[in-house]
Design a binder for this molecule. Structure first.
Ligand code: KIV
Length: 288
């Protein structure tokens, strides 16, 4: 059976249906194809690429041009999964107009199908404006990595009663502004469960416990390719990092001991062609 393209109405309809939404980050066409084969619902071209692809220690250096480029790479895989493009730091905070233009670039040039932006109540007017331009918006609350300095590090948010109330107020404001889903990152599971129960749009959790309407993970985390200490919320569903090191070691040995390339990996000259004697054996025609 061929799988249909996942749309925003499909994702919205999953709320409360019991079938959770699965989202994974993807930054290139090869990964997008593999994840799409696994039938995940959302490929999220996250600005986490600043850390896991570019090697920065935060997402702040990522530019809109780079996000457009990575959205294009994922879109060329023509996935069935819905493609979300992340609006990077300083591409939407300056004004509502800037937000519409940046979001528009992710759709028009990057071929993303919706955008995600970080922030609570204060971004409700911005979200309303982007949505009114016909661009679907996913919200992102809780641990919002673009505010790493304001938060004093990558810290779990909404751990107090006051924090939980603020998060709920933010989520309700985003829902009224027209988001179709909200990522809840790094918040206590009971707070994520409360917010999820009060919203009519789906929540997608990362480090937010099991009671959200879906989950998202960074692809390299779920594949076990990250070599540093993974955050507590990460489950490694494979150990491909070890597999990569093992494969590269075997390659190195095979090159060094001459077993690669083997006869099955080489090309011959065209039929009827051969090297003349004088070119063989080092150019002097002398056999060693
Ligand atoms: O940047 C990102 O990849 C994200 C997801 C992990 C939610 O924001």
């Amino acid at each position: 059976m061929t799988r249909e393209k996942t749309t925003i109405p499909d994702l919205r309809a999953r709320k409360g249906q019991g079938q959770k939404i699965t989202a994974v980050t993807a930054y290139d066409a090869t990964m997008a194809r593999l994840l799409d084969e696994a039938e995940v619902d959302i490929l999220m071209v996250g600005d986490s690429l600043g850390m896991v692809v570019q090697g920065w220690d935060s997402t702040l250096p990522v530019t809109l041009d780079q996000m457009v480029y990575h959205c294009q790479c994922v879109a060329r895989a023509r996935p069935r999964a819905h493609i979300v493009g992340d609006l990077p730091f300083l591409s939407y905070q300056a004004s509502e107009e800037q937000a519409v233009l940046s979001a528009g670039r992710l759709l028009q040039e990057g071929h993303a199908e919706s955008v995600k932006l970080e922030g609570g109540r204060t971004f409700a007017p911005t979200i309303r404006r982007v949505v009114s331009a016909g661009i679907p918006v996913m919200g992102h609350l809780g641990l919002t990595p673009q505010s790493v300095h304001a938060m004093g590090g990558f810290k779990v948010q909404a751990r107090s009663e006051q924090g939980a109330r603020e998060l709920l107020a933010d989520a309700l404001a985003l829902e009224s502004a027209g988001v179709y889903a909200i990522v809840l990152e790094g918040v206590p599971s009971e707070v994520a469960a409360l917010v999820t129960s009060r919203l009519s749009v789906p929540t997608i959790g990362i480090g937010a416990g099991p009671e959200t309407d879906g989950q998202v993970l960074v692809c390299y985390d779920l594949l076990g390719m990250y070599r540093g200490r993974a955050p507590k919320f990460v489950r490694r569903f494979a150990e491909l990092g070890d597999g990569v090191v093992e494969a590269a070691r075997s390659y190195r040995s095979a090159v060094q001991d001459g077993s690669f390339p083997g006869p099955q990996h080489v090309f011959g000259m065209s039929q009827g062609e051969q090297l003349p004697e004088e070119l063989r054996y080092g150019g002097d025609g002398e056999q060693p």
